[in-house]
Every structure is written in C-alpha cells, then in structure tokens.
Write a protein that binds this ligand. Structure first.
Ligand SMILES: C[S@@+](CC[C@H](N)C(=O)[O-])C[C@H]1O[C@@H](n2cnc3c(N)ncnc32)[C@H](O)[C@@H]1O
Length: 267
C-alpha cells in the first residue's frame, strides 16, 4: 500500500487502486477538491491536476511538499532531534508555535509524533492532539524518502485552499473530478461538514458542464450511519467496493459483516 506523506483521517489509501480502475482511459485535467491526504492523487499521478481542500494548513503543507521537499525533510529532522533530546516539552512548544503561526513545517512534525498520527483541530482551528509518548515518531531518513517520492508525484499539481465549488470552477468537458466529501450536516471534529442540498446542486452543475465525476460515499463513518441517498438522475453507475478500513459494524451476532463503500459515476 502507498506510504502516506500526510496522515489524514478518512484516507482512501486502501481503496485507491480499485477506484483508479474505474477512471476513464483518457481525460483532460484531474480535479480533487476534497484532497485530505491525497491518496487518489498519488495513485493516479495525472499529467495535469488541480487539487484543493478547505483546510489551509493542509494545503500549505502540500505546497511545501511540491516546492521544497529537502527543506521540509530537514525541518522534520531538526524538530525530531529536538524531541529526542528535550522530550515532551519540545512537542508542546512546537504545537504552541503551530497554533500561533500555522507553519506547515510544524504541522508535519506534529502529525508524525502525535497520538496515532491523527491530525485533529478543535473548533478554533487549533491543533489539539497530544504527543504519542510510547513512540519516537518516524525516522527522519525514512520520512525524507517518502517526502521526495510524493514531491515527484505532485510536480504538476496546482493546490488551492478553497471550497470544493471554487477548486473545480474551471473544470470543463473532458476533465474528471474525484470527490471524497466529509459528512453531510454533522458537526464535530471532522473538518468542515458540508451541506447536502448544496452538494447535490454541485453534482447537477458538473453534469450540465459535461465534467465526469467519481464520488466516494460510504455514509458510515465513526460509529454512526449517515447514509443519505444520491438521487438516481445525478449518476449513471453505482458500485459497491469492499472496504476493509472500517473498524466498526463488524461483529453482529459474532459474525463478521463486510463493509462496503459506494462509488457513484456519472459516465
Ligand atoms: C474524507 S476527507 C478526504 C480524504 C482523502 N480522500 C484522502 O485520501 O486522504 C474529506 C476532506 O474534505 C475537506 N473538506 C471539508 N469541507 C470542505 C469543503 N467545503 N470544501 C473543500 N474541502 C472540504 C476536509 O478538510 C477533508 O480533508
């Protein structure tokens, strides 16, 4: 499986190869407006792409991965050495610094040393996950290789810290958009819940512009079921992909239940 450069909850890493098999053979520009950790972007590595996310510190980090991979790897090495020497105070001082200045360099370090590598922000947009005491964090040499590999994959990508509407506003007939939105209508830790009706209008708009889309949609995340329907006039095909990633809904009457995720395609 792909080694992530940015660990992001809801990553499509385990499904990216399967989803890729449904991509059209040829297309113009690739768009990914809910980028997160970019698993599909890596799997596809398109010739030309525009990718965005509403989370600005995340996009700033992507830009550094593309533009300054060596500097980013060095900055991790520096912070990681500090952590080994100074212990937890280094982590919390870097976290305070990040919450003031939003440096992508600090964010990368925090994401690789925090509990379960989970990037998590509170309502004020402050990073609030704690240090993972029992683990030293990925070794700088190992992370450097991963950063450089990803950097090579994203050289032709334009990154935007924008709402999904804006990221794909230039998409035209022949282009393809991969969509992996967060929960609809729910509040909570997940960054930026989105409005369901607005999203349906958006799909309609992509259809009317002749833009192809693939939409991942599981409806089940965390331990709640958020299943909502995508109206059948908005897509042409609906696939159910086996998903090994959900850690809940597993045991019912001591039988393991397989979990599926939806993939909707408008072509
Ligand atoms: C399920 S995650 C995407 C995960 C990604 N496919 C991966 O493999 O890591 C959804 C992403 O949508 C972003 N997001 C939430 N609301 C958004 C909005 N209105 N516009 C653009 N991005 C948004 C979140 O910050 C989050 O990164």
């Amino acid at each position: 499986m792909i080694k992530p450069v940015i660990k992001w909850s809801g990553s499509k890493r385990s499904q990216s190869a399967k989803i890729k098999s449904f991509f059209p053979n040829t297309y113009g520009t690739y768009y990914e407006p809910f980028l997160g950790g970019g698993a599909m972007l890596y799997a596809i590595t398109p010739e030309k792409s525009v990718c965005g996310d509403i989370c600005k510190p995340l996009i700033d980090l992507w830009i550094e991965i593309r533009n300054n991979p060596e500097k980013l790897a060095d900055s991790y090495r520096h912070r990681w050495n500090r952590l080994q020497k100074e212990g937890y105070t280094a982590y919390y001082s870097i976290r305070d610094e990040f919450n003031k200045n939003r440096s992508p360099y600090d964010l990368l370090f925090l994401s690789r040393t925090c509990v379960n590598g989970l990037i998590r922000f509170n309502d004020k947009g402050e990073f609030n996950n704690s240090l993972h005491y029992s683990r030293p964090g990925i070794k700088p040499d190992t992370l450097q290789e991963i950063i450089i590999d990803w950097s090579n994959h994203v050289q032709n990508t334009e990154f935007m810290a924008t709402d999904y509407f804006t990221t794909t506003s230039t998409a035209k007939k022949g282009d393809v958009v991969y969509l992996d939105p967060p929960y609809f209508h729910t509040k909570g830790r997940y960054f930026g819940a989105i409005d369901y009706n607005r999203f349906l209008e958006y799909l309609e708009d992509l259809n009317s512009r002749g833009v192809k889309y693939l939409l991942s949609f599981d409806g089940v995340r965390g331990n709640e079921d958020f299943t909502v329907e995508i109206p059948s006039n908005l897509y042409k095909r609906h696939k159910l992909l086996p998903s090994g990633t959900s850690t809940f809904k597993k045991v019912i009457d001591k039988q393991t239940e397989e979990v599926f995720e939806s993939l909707y395609l408008n072509y």
